[in-house]
Design a protein. Structure first.
Length: 437
């Protein structure tokens, strides 16, 4: 990986892309520290110092925003509205025939779906910004802070509208910065911004564990967590690169005096075909009842039950539901993202076949059988990665959004591998060694 970056900096055009990407990252990080108008920044800092590192419902979103959510900055919503909009559009593509037809139109249809994603991102940013402002005004953003009600001193409609518009504009700018990295940088812009947001919380989380430790002034706990994190990263890299390769052969065809086909290739089916999506879905679904209970008044029995069993991340019921929801969404997402019948039809159309399997429906049934078999270990792997590091690191004072646990480690490793592959592919395009030998 380091060799690829060193070679990239030696190539002039790739060096410009890397420097441009670094410049966009600096702008993104600066924006996460600029507070929006109408917020008492001193009160926010007091509440952050007193707040629990978990922050319950808002911990995941705060992690994706690089800590900007709880500081109520212009990039407070971060990349989450775009991620949510992308997931919604991807799900609707399977349900709405018009979107499915656009997806099959190639680049023009993809550009149209991307435009719809932008519109939906802005709409979701307005809704989430309104909810964040209402939460901050009610004092629910920091439940254990004495000055939580003073975060938004001015409760007028005009101030509220300005705050929502500012956060929506910040989300639109984050989306634009990500697209700039994709077009003019090294590519994969949105994922890189997500990677930076999570990595930004890394030093403070590690230092908090060191300060809370008691062995050798906390350095024993610090070293143990780093060692466990490196082992987990190695295991995640191993599984993320694991794939089942389905061999495919193409029959020779004579068109005129030329022969076409006769090549051999394969269909790569990853063990973790769904990626990080099942973990995000499961987390979001479990946050809904806790969010309803948080804003409900009184001390009703159902509210107390939810707070004790679903809102607490270490509650047995929460852990059990979280694990099984990850497995369910892994199968669900693989089913809507990979269509064996469509792949079998395309293979049959171009004269391709799997050795020993007849073309058409038997090929689709075989692909579906193999996909279900490898999805089981993939889904169990996601569930264990999301839970085991969390429970193991809890003894060292880490929370569920610590970079070495659960959602964050999957995103960091996945985006890191994808970025290195992008750089290596661009290096291969510019490697002319051997042409004149």
């Amino acid at each position: 990986m380091l060799t690829a970056f060193a070679r990239a900096f030696k190539t002039p055009d790739l060096r410009k892309k890397l420097l441009f990407t670094l410049g966009i990252i600096v702008i993104f990080r600066v924006g996460t520290h600029i507070p929006i108008p109408g917020v008492d920044y001193r009160a926010v800092q007091v509440c952050i110092d007193q707040a629990d590192a978990n922050q319950g419902l808002f911990g995941l979103v705060n992690m994706f925003s690089g800590g900007a959510l709880l500081q109520i900055t212009i990039f407070a919503l971060g990349i989450m509205p775009y991620i949510t909009a992308s997931i919604i559009l991807q799900l609707l593509t399977v349900v709405i025939p018009r979107l499915e037809a656009l997806k099959k139109e190639g680049q023009a249809g993809t550009a149209k779906i991307t435009q719809y994603t932008r519109y939906l991102t802005v709409a979701l940013a307005v809704l989430q910004g309104t909810g964040l402002v209402a939460t901050a005004r009610s004092g629910a953003l920091f439940q254990n802070c004495q000055v939580a009600n003073q975060i938004v001193p001015d409760r007028s409609i005009f101030t509220t509208i300005v705050m929502v518009i500012t956060m929506t504009a910040g989300t639109a700018m984050v989306m634009w910065l990500g697209e700039l990295i994709t077009d003019r940088g090294i590519g994969n812009g949105m994922s890189i911004l997500m990677f930076i947001s999570i990595a930004a919380t890394f030093p403070s989380a590690l230092w908090a564990i060191k300060k809370q430790g008691s062995l050798a002034d906390g350095w024993i706990e610090f070293g143990t967590v780093v060692a466990v994190g490196l082992v987990m990263i190695g295991l995640v890299v191993f599984v993320e690169q694991a794939q089942r390769r389905i061999p495919v052969q193409y029959a020779k065809r004579m068109i005129g005096r030329r022969s076409y086909g006769g090549t051999s290739t394969y269909i790569p089916l990853k063990v973790n075909q769904a990626g990080i999506i099942p973990v995000i879905f499961a987390s979001s679904l479990l946050y809904i009842p806790a969010l309803i209970a948080q804003f409900a008044g009184g001390n009703a029995g159902w509210k107390t039950w939810i707070e004790q069993n679903l809102a607490l991340t270490d509650a047995p019921l929460h852990v059990t539901l979280y694990f099984f929801l990850i497995i369910f969404f892994a199968f669900f997402y693989v089913a809507i993202s990979f269509n064996p019948e469509e792949v079998a039809d395309n293979m049959k159309k171009y004269g391709g076949f799997i050795p020993g399997i007849r073309a058409g429906r038997p090929t689709a049934e075989y692909l579906s059988y193999v996909l279900n078999r490898i999805t089981w270990p993939g889904s169990l792997y996601l569930g264990l990665i999301a839970l085991v590091p969390t429970m193991a690191l809890a003894g060292f004072g880490a929370n569920q959004n610590f970079p070495f646990g659960g959602t964050s480690i999957l995103i960091i490793v996945g985006v890191g591998l994808e970025t290195v592959k992008q750089i290596e592919s661009q290096l291969q395009q510019r490697n002319y060694e051997g042409f004149l030998r």
